[in-house]
Design a protein around this ligand. Structure first.
Ligand code: NAD
Length: 266
């Protein structure tokens, strides 16, 4: 259990971030939610999670595309709970363009949300973790931080950078602080964003859903189906427990062996 710990999970209004926030709350952590969405839905989910788990669940809509938004989110979490013991950098935006056609405003925004915001949040919460003698930072990267696919320059660059940031923070904390910093690299996870991609693929291919899903997964080398958000959340919870103390600077694929077998997929 993580009773009494205080967590900040970015991009937790849906998808994987929501699953991680739910899992941490289930372990007894107070949780600060963040992300966009319909205000009434967010409040409904927040109140339900609080009622279900008995921990404090708060929400702050800090926009991680801006430095001010990231700072305001970290400050709100520290003000609400007194400190942040667990930071999960999960929020994401994605664009799809060839490099030569990539709008620079989208490039800047992707790097801001997907890479700079995690750095600013770490800067803000790390002193409190050091002072409290305990901290866990989990960065949600991707298999696309380990290898590339065409048309995803912003995402691949940011996720590769996030893995570097993970190692850099581990290097700065490993000798003198009970703080760990690790990265998780999921393969294809079934989240609302993935549902949108499947719907687009069905429209493009004209295939019935079952065949389209099978082809979608085949193209990604995931024969065993989608990765469930709850299974990634369990790994995140493990990385937040005392028993994972010896792991820091680690980069963990959870991808049904995709990244271990790129050559087989050629
Ligand atoms: P998603 O698109 O469903 O959710 C993203 C979340 O980030 C939402 O809550 C959204 O509101 C929030 N967000 C977006 N822009 C923001 C901003 N400017 N400020 C604050 N919050 C913002 O994403 P997902 O599919 O659940 O993915 C979650 C994480 O897992 C991401 O880091 C993603 O890269 C990683 N991942 C996902 C998959 C997958 O297949 N879904 C695969 C590998 C890695």
């Amino acid at each position: 259990m993580l009773t009494g710990k205080r967590a900040l999970v970015t991009g937790s209004t849906r998808g994987l971030g929501q699953a991680i926030a739910r899992a941490l709350a289930g372990e007894g952590c107070d949780v600060m939610l963040n992300g966009f969405g319909d205000a009434a839905d967010i409040e409904g989910d927040r109140a339900a999670l609080e009622a279900e788990t008995g921990v404090r669940v708060r929400y702050h809509g800090g926009d991680l595309a801006t430095e001010e938004g990231a700072d305001a989110l970290a400050d709100a979490a520290m003000a609400a709970f007194g400190s942040v013991d667990i930071l999960v950098n999960n929020a994401v935006i994605r664009h799809f363009h060839a490099a030569e056609d990539f709008p620079r405003a989208e490039w800047r925004k992707a790097l801001a949300v997907n890479l700079s915001a995690p750095f600013y949040l770490i800067q803000r919460v790390l002193p409190g973790m050091r002072a409290g003698g305990w901290g866990r930072i989990v960065n949600i990267a991707s298999v696309m931080g380990l290898a590339a696919r065409a048309g995803r320059a912003d995402y691949i660059t940011a996720k590769t950078g996030l893995i570097g940031l993970t190692r850099a923070i581990a290097a700065e904390t490993r000798l003198d602080a009970n703080v760990t910093c690790n990265a998780i690299c999921p393969g294809s996870v079934l989240t609302p964003n993935t549902e949108i991609k499947i719907a687009e693929f069905i429209a493009e291919s004209g295939l019935p859903r079952e065949e389209a899903v099978a082809e979608f997964l085949r193209m990604r080398g995931q024969a065993m189906g989608f990765i469930q958000p709850e299974r990634v959340a369990k790994l995140a919870v493990f990385l937040c427990q005392d028993s994972s103390f010896d792991m820091t600077g680690a980069v963990m694929p959870i991808d049904q062996g995709r990244s271990a077998t790129w050559l087989e997929q050629d």
